[in-house]
Design a protein around this ligand. Sequence first.
Ligand code: FCB
Length: 465
Amino acid sequence: MTQPNPKNFPPRFTWGVATSSYQIEGAAHEDGRSPSIWDTFCATPGKVLNGENGDVACDHYHRLDRDLDLIQSLGVNAYRFSVAWPRIVPGGRGATNQAGLDFYSRVVDGLLARDITPWLTLYHWDLPQVLQDRGGWPARDTALAFGDYAEVVTTALGDRVKHWITINEPWVAAFMGYGNGIHAPGHTNLAESFAASHHLLLAHGLGVQAVRKNVPDAQVGITLNLAAAYPATDSEMDKAAAHRQDGFANRWYLDPVFGRGYPRDFVELLGDASPQAQGLVLPGDLDLIGVVSDFLGVNMYSRSVVEDAPDDGWLRARGLRVEGSEYTGFDWEVAPQSLTDLMLRLQKDYNPVAIYITENGASYPDTVNADGNVQDEARTRYFQQHLAALGDAITDGAKVTGYFAWSLMDNFEWAEGYDKRFGIVYVDFETQARTLKQSGQWYRDFLARAQEGQPVTLPRFPAPT
Ligand code: FCB
C-alpha cells in the first residue's frame, strides 16, 4: 500500500480540516439569519435527495465548543470554515447583523485559544436569497454586494483572522448553479452560467481588495476546484477534447486569476454565451480579477478522462469511466497520480507563490460496527495515496504549503443530502453523536509524525470568556 512520508512535507506545513457554513451549522432560522439560495433550493421538491436540507445539519451552531475540541484533538494546526453571508448581511446589502458576526467571532477566538489558525472562506455558496431575487450571480450587482459584505467581515474579524479565501469553487457555483441546475438556484442556461462565472471572479477581486485594505498582514487567495484532464487516447481529436475540458474546468478560472485574461480559445468556443459577447467584461475587470494574491487554493478530488464527442453539446467532450480504476461512493475516480501531475503543471504554467490544497477527500457509505468503530479503509487509503502523491509533487518542486482534508465531519452534501459521507468523523444525524473514523485516527497519527518536534508558532490570544 502507498504510504506518504511525513518527511516530504516541509516544517511549518499547514495541516487542517475543512467545512462550510451551510453544510454543518444548522440553526438556519436563528439569530437573524435570512434564507439563502440553498434553503430555497432544498424546499423545492425534487432538487435534493430525500428532500433533505440544512436546517439542522450537524447542529454545529449549537455545538461549537465541543466541535472545536474535536478539531483540536486531531492535532491540526489550521481549520478552514466559511462564513454565511445571510447571517452577516441578511438583506444581502445594507444592515449588518451583529449576532451573526458574534458567532464567527466565537469560532475564531475558540480556534486561537486552541492554537489552531483560522482559515476563513467568505463565500461557500450560501448566497442570500434576496440577492438571487435581484438576479443572483449573473447580475453584476451581486459582485458589488459581495465587496460590501467582504468589507464588513474583514473589518470585524481581521484583527484575528490572517488567512482568507474569497470564493470557493466558482466553477461549481456558476456552472452547477446556473448551467446544469444541479445546485442552487437550479437554473439551466449556459449564458447565465458564464455571466455568473465572471461576476464570481469579480467578487474574488473585490474580496482581495477588502482584505488588503483591512488586514494588510493577511494572506488571501481564491479556491478553485481543479481536475487534470487527460485524453482517452493519443488521437489528436481526443487531445483537443481534453484541452477543451481543461479550458472549461481549469483554465477559464486560472488564466484570469493569474492576470492573463480569459483563454481565447474558450471565449471563441462559447460564442454568444461568453461574458465578452454578453458585454459583461468592463474596462478594469480583468485587472481586478488578476490582482496578485498570496496563494492559490485547490480543491482536488479526481481527474477527468475525456474523448472527442462531436455530437455531445457545446463542449464536444465526453467523460469516460476508466476500466480497472477504483471509484468512490460519489462515483469519482480515485486518481492520486493526477494530483502530482496537477501540482507540477500549476507550478510550471502559473508559478503561484504558494499552493494550498483546501479540500481533498472521498465519500464512502460508512457504517458503525458493533464495537462503535467506523472502519473506513477505502477512505483511509484514499488519504494515504493522495498525501503520498502530494509529497511527490513537493519533492519535484511544487510549492505546496498546506493541506486540508475534506471534511472534518459528515455533513449536508448539497444535492446529495446526507447520503454522501465525506467526514473523517462520523456523524449520527439522529443523535448528533460524533465518532472518529479510522481515517481520522490515521490522519491524526500521520500529522503527529509530520509535525514532530515542531514548535507551536501561533501568536497567543486570550482565551474566550
Ligand atoms: C466540493 C465542495 C464541498 C464539498 C465537496 C465534496 O465541491 O466545495 O463543499 O461538497 O465538494
